[in-house]
Ligand binder design. Sequence first.
Ligand code: SAM
Length: 208
Amino acid sequence: MTSDYLPKRPAAERNSGVILNLLKDILPPTGTVLEISSGTGQHAAYFSSALAPRFWQPSEFDPALINTIDMWRNHSNSDFFLSPIILDVCRKVWPIEKIKPNAPITSIVNINMIHIAPWEACLGLLAGAGRVLKKDGILYIYGPFKRGHKHNSLGNKKFDLSLKEKNPSWGIRNIEDIEKAAMNNNLLLEKIEEMPVNNKSLVFRKLR
Ligand SMILES: C[S@@+](CC[C@H](N)C(=O)[O-])C[C@H]1O[C@@H](n2cnc3c(N)ncnc32)[C@H](O)[C@@H]1O
């Protein structure tokens, strides 16, 4: 059935295939994948069908998007695409910590959020991943990043400036700062993968 009528983001349309290829390699083979900031839900639909038997738990900060994610869920009609929940990474306790999922959360996926939110959201993501994941659980973060406080392209430098104009607390994050904050939550940065259009994938493993 056509998905033409469903809300889509162009960036999510473009990056789904390359991200899926990497997720197939790095995600634990079973359990639940908790997606943070699912946006429209189009990633959830695409990834949940391709990554079964893992369950896909979408979540969103913006309550208005829950309905949209549900539209994608109905369209996909998959038992592995779970009902979306509201989740703000900055909360000291995430709602998922209070409910027992059918299958344990073995990984967390977050795409294109930490530069379009205050630094506290990145810290909240890492703290929450530290609480929710068990030993060897995987945290995957995708987006544009700086390394050694330097941009990897003129395009990302301009993008960073445009983000800060919209909101001074937003901006492209520095990998070393994320790595340090992750270690405070027992998350080891295990892999940095170059992705198209000057993006990167960061893969963290929970140490204990
Ligand atoms: C650019 S969108 C990316 C959405 C989706 N991951 C994608 O790739 O299409 C950024 C998302 O971050 C979410 N977000 C912002 N602040 C957040 C927070 N504190 N906790 C969880 N999500 C947040 C927004 O609601 C928005 O859906």
